[in-house]
Design a binder for this molecule. Structure first.
Ligand code: SAM
Ligand code: SF4
Length: 330
């Protein structure tokens, strides 16, 4: 086994697999109200192709964590079967999904039974009116039911990801943390990144990690958690003496690129060595042309070697990737 090494000495062991670019919400920081021109289904990897490439990653390249994302991974019909097949490939690989949780109350049990380990649910508010303002849909109750079902199915520890938007939910951070602490969910705030399809991100308007800490400190005592941050992007804090923790992922103001261990596969079979990469490597064409596992692994290693040292969002010369977050896989 030869791992996914880059020229800056990092090794990628955490694979994010986008299963679709489609979604049933329309979060304002992610996509426009009318949605996007979805990827043609012929371009999308089939279930068997997805499993084949994950097999290459796990067996030939040392990947130890697989996270399904999108778009919304729960809208992919074959999800449970893909999970089952990946579990059959490797009993030890850690497998999770990042989801908006719509419909999770119906599928959590099947996903757990198929071998999924955990879920990360995206939830930015527990107020119905704010939920509608951010996602443009009235589905807060479904998300809350999905979270409870995930916990009940053993897909824990359940993590909640939240993005704060100025003037919309930036005053709700303590309320959301209190709600998560009461239910045993681990909350992580993510700084808003320039990855929305409609290019609405504004560096001066984004809510920074420092502001998030200040807001949380109005209601909670936060102390740095003792575990070293390692390659985990979240800075973790113990809430009011524990056991609850809260994380802040300061991708913009405190980038963690030097410790990054991630690699991404898009729904149409392109390897992206960074969320912000401006180029991709086409594994789908090679796969469909009959490439062997060894050949696919070699192409994947080459793609990884060229990973940039950092994303440079704060550089004046920063250029956004062509694909929005929903088509890359967040
Ligand atoms: N639909 C699923 C969900 O929302 O969890 C998975 C895909 S979504 C693109 C993955 C994560 O990216 C979500 O937690 C979402 O909040 C986050 N996200 C989307 N756009 C973002 C942006 N511009 N900045 C920061 N996070 C973003
Ligand atoms: Fe859909 Fe997730 Fe984007 Fe929201 S953040 S629109 S749920 S892909």
């Amino acid at each position: 086994m030869q791992p996914l090494l880059d020229q800056h000495g990092r090794v990628a062991t955490d694979l994010r697999v986008s299963l679709t670019d489609r979604c049933n919400l329309r979060c304002t920081y992610c996509m426009p109200a009318e949605g996007l021109d979805w990827m043609p289904l012929d371009d999308q990897l089939s279930d068997d192709e997805v499993v084949r490439l994950i097999g290459v990653a796990v067996r030939e390249l040392g990947v130890r964590e697989v996270r399904f994302t999108g778009g919304e991974p729960l809208v992919r019909r074959g999800l449970v079967d893909i999970v089952r097949q990946v579990r059959a490939l490797d009993a030890g690989v850690e497998m999770s999904i990042t989801t908006n949780a719509l419909g999770l109350s119906r599928t959590a049990g099947a996903l757990a039974e198929a071998g999924l380990d955990r879920v990360n649910v995206s939830l930015d508010t527990v107020r119905a009116d704010t939920f509608h303002e951010i996602t443009r849909r009235d589905r807060l109750d479904d998300v809350i039911a999905g979270l409870a079902a995930a916990e009940a199915a053993g897909l824990g520890p359940v993590k909640v990801n939240a993005v704060l938007l100025r003037g919309i939910n930036d005053d709700q951070a303590p309320e959301l943390l209190g709600w998560c602490v009461d239910r045993g969910y681990q909350l992580r705030f993510i700084e808003q990144m320039p990855l929305d399809a409609q290019h609405g991100w504004d560096r001066d308007a984004m809510v920074t990690a420092d502001e998030i800490f200040a807001s949380l400190a109005t209601r909670f005592t936060l102390t740095p958690a003792h575990e070293p941050r390692g390659s985990a992007p979240a800075e973790l804090f113990v809430v009011d003496g524990g056991p609850a923790t809260v994380g802040v992922i300061a991708s913009v103001t405190r980038p963690f690129c030097g410790d990054c261990d991630r690699v991404r596969l898009t729904a149409d079979g392109q390897v992206r060595n960074c969320l912000f990469a401006r180029s991709e490597s086409d594994l789908r064409s090679a796969l469909r042309a009959g490439a062997s596992d060894e050949d696919l692994a070699a192409r994947w290693r080459t793609a990884m070697w060229g990973k940039a040292a950092g994303h440079g969002i704060d550089d004046p010369s920063f250029l956004r990737p062509d694909r929005p977050m929903s088509a890359i896989g967040g």
